[in-house]
Design a protein around this ligand. Sequence first.
Ligand SMILES: [Zn+2]
Length: 312
Amino acid sequence: MPKYIDIHCHTNFKIFENDRDEVIRRALDNDTWLINIGTQYDTSKKAVEMTREYPDGVFATIGLHPIHTDKSYHDESEIGEGGQEFSSRGEIFDKEKYKELAKQGKVVGIGECGLDYYHIGSTSSPQRELEFIEKQKTAFIAQIELANELDLPLMLHVRNGSLRRAQCKLSSPQATEKNAYFDVYELLKKYSKRINEKGLPAQTGVSHFFAGSVEDMKRFIEIGVYISFAGPITYKPKPEICDYIGVIKETSLDMILADTDSPYVAPVPHRGERNEPVNVSDIVAKIAEIKGISEAEASKSILSNAQKLFNI
Ligand SMILES: [Zn+2]
């Protein structure tokens, strides 16, 4: 077994096309396993293909990211293979097509899926905002159903908008109004078979790059959603945006995971560089520091949490 596992990265993206093998080798040679995350059909397909190229230590999830349910978002680094031109395509989630894909490699989860209220800010009108949120919810529910059918955990992407971010620490009922974490919690409770049939604690999924409040974290844990922390926990604390230290201190060690979200948000001391899975050790070290435990204890626990959730 490795020492670390980066439970959420995108070495399947085009930005790694020139040195992908080196990046993967660097992780594997440094005792680090990784899970490549699909964000739409072609990046999901690439992630699955990579599990066949690297049979030991490389896994995949397949799914449709909430921002890709609409045409409003672009990111040039994010293209699957095949040179398809990227302009966010507004994909409609085709459950059967993804189900077929799940048979083609080591698929350990469904997603990334969920709700993103951050990029909604760039849409033109309140009406468009509502439509976008509805599309996201429809795609999310379909992915919860696919996870139910395949009995797999969910890889959750949850992001709040700028209005809500300023209220990150609030936990009054009013504060949940525009809270993507709360809305994801409600949808999971309604649709996830793991929560409803298997009894608690369920292995429902994981909220990657967690940036919610202590209350959001507690609600997730109550329904079997693990909490994964990413590079920003190593940045200078900005509790007015998110109180990572407070959240990490309050989160039980047996529900914590770590992810790089490569190529984004590299942890210190790599901040500003293209991120890669081997850097997950910096995130684990920070979690250990905040929790006041040894790095060995933190990495051991995080690895066993990941093995349990993803059944690897
Ligand atoms: Zn991601």
